[in-house]
Design a protein around this ligand. Structure first.
Ligand code: AMP
Ligand code: MG
Length: 334
């Protein structure tokens, strides 16, 4: 009798496994983590998530000639292009962020962005950039909901999903795992994170946000679940010319890299929105960017400007942050 009771108790103990895999996707390191009692299920869910990310990369990559993005770009100034409902939806949402941000976030940045090559480290021809700026305007992207078409009205306009695609992919990868029965998972899409559930030991996921200049220094430690944490920075993709830093986030008004910021971290439940907003706040700058974040529900941000001053959004909750967050301003000791 006693034996039976002991067996029953042991049988009830949920033994969880954590499976973690890393691959390069969308030109960045991705890490997928799934927690489940059944290790095989966790592995299968991660495999399905990789497939989903591959599918999205094929659909939206600007570098692939066969992507829907390339098809739309090739038809700029010529004709509308029928796209999948998924691409249509992504563009539609990107345009909403554009209008919310007054054009700071703009997928047509690519009209000038294509002249910037962050691998070669050579400055583009200023005349080419000046001309390209004329073609940057999210209102040049015409959507027809009945025909499900996208039309870039100006011949020089190009679109690119660099500032929103990884967040979307992170959302989708998480959803695919959850649909397969995974209740706890973390997706790291090249630094764009989204989490559900808890870690193997039952604790919330712990996320460290690195200082943009000092590798060993942490800006914050977050404890999250059902949240996304996305950082836009000037330190991943950039080059230096004559001591000046040129980084990959472009000011749509000038066609040149934004200068006033080092990093922006956005925390909100949706990775796609967090991704788009991190880029938006980076372009808007600390003051205007935080003004926007403080107006939005369930959105928080940590901003580091060009001088190294760290500013937090007003709503940043104590419960997601280790250590005290005293009001708004922290200056880094540089
Ligand atoms: P993120 O790291 O999410 O801030 O995205 C940066 C990437 O978004 C760049 O590498 C470009 O591909 C693209 N991008 C640059 N400037 C903008 C902008 N103003 N609006 C939208 N996308 C942009
Ligand atoms: Mg972004």
């Amino acid at each position: 009798m006693r034996w039976i009771l002991v067996m029953a108790l042991v049988g009830n103990v949920a033994y969880t496994e954590t499976v973690r895999e890393k691959q390069t996707k969308m030109g960045s390191p991705f890490i997928l983590t799934a927690v489940h009692e059944d290790e095989d299920l966790a592995k299968a869910a991660i495999a399905a998530a990789w497939q989903e990310i591959d599918r999205l990369e094929a659909m939206i990559s600007s570098w692939r000639q066969t992507s829907e993005t390339s098809a739309v770009n090739r038809a700029a100034g010529l004709n509308p292009v029928v796209v999948s409902p998924e691409t249509y939806g992504l563009i539609n949402r990107a345009l909403k962020v554009s209008s919310l941000s007054g054009g700071a976030f703009d997928i047509t940045f690519a009209s000038a962005g294509r002249f910037w090559d962050f691998r070669s480290g050579e400055l583009p021809d200023p005349a080419a950039v000046a001309k390209a700026v004329e073609a940057i305007d999210y209102r040049n992207v015409l959507l027809d909901p009945d025909k499900q078409t996208v039309f870039l009205v100006q011949p020089g306009t190009r679109i690119g999903f660099g500032a929103i695609g990884k967040g979307y992919a992170a959302n989708r990868a998480l959803r695919v795992m959850v649909a397969m029965g995974i209740k706890s998972a973390l997706v790291n899409a090249g630094g764009d994170l989204v989490a559900t559930g808890v870690q193997e030991d039952g604790a919330p996921w712990q996320i460290s946000i690195q200082h943009p200049r000092e590798r060993k220094r942490l800006l914050a430690q977050l404890r999250i679940t059902e949240q996304a944490v996305v950082t836009s920075g000037d330190y991943e993709r950039f080059f230096m010319v004559d001591g000046k830093r040129y980084s990959h986030i472009i000011d749509p008004r000038t066609g040149y890299p934004v200068e006033g910021m080092q990093s922006v971290t956005v925390i909100c439940p949706d990775a796609e929105l967090a991704d788009a907003l991190a880029t938006t706040v980076f372009v808007l700058g600390a003051e205007k960017g935080l003004e926007l974040v403080n107006r939005l529900k369930s959105v928080d941000a940590i901003v580091v400007d060009a001088t190294g001053t760290v500013t937090y959004s007003l709503n940043i909750h104590d419960q997601i942050m280790d250590g005290p967050v005293s009001n708004t301003q922290h200056t880094t000791d540089k």
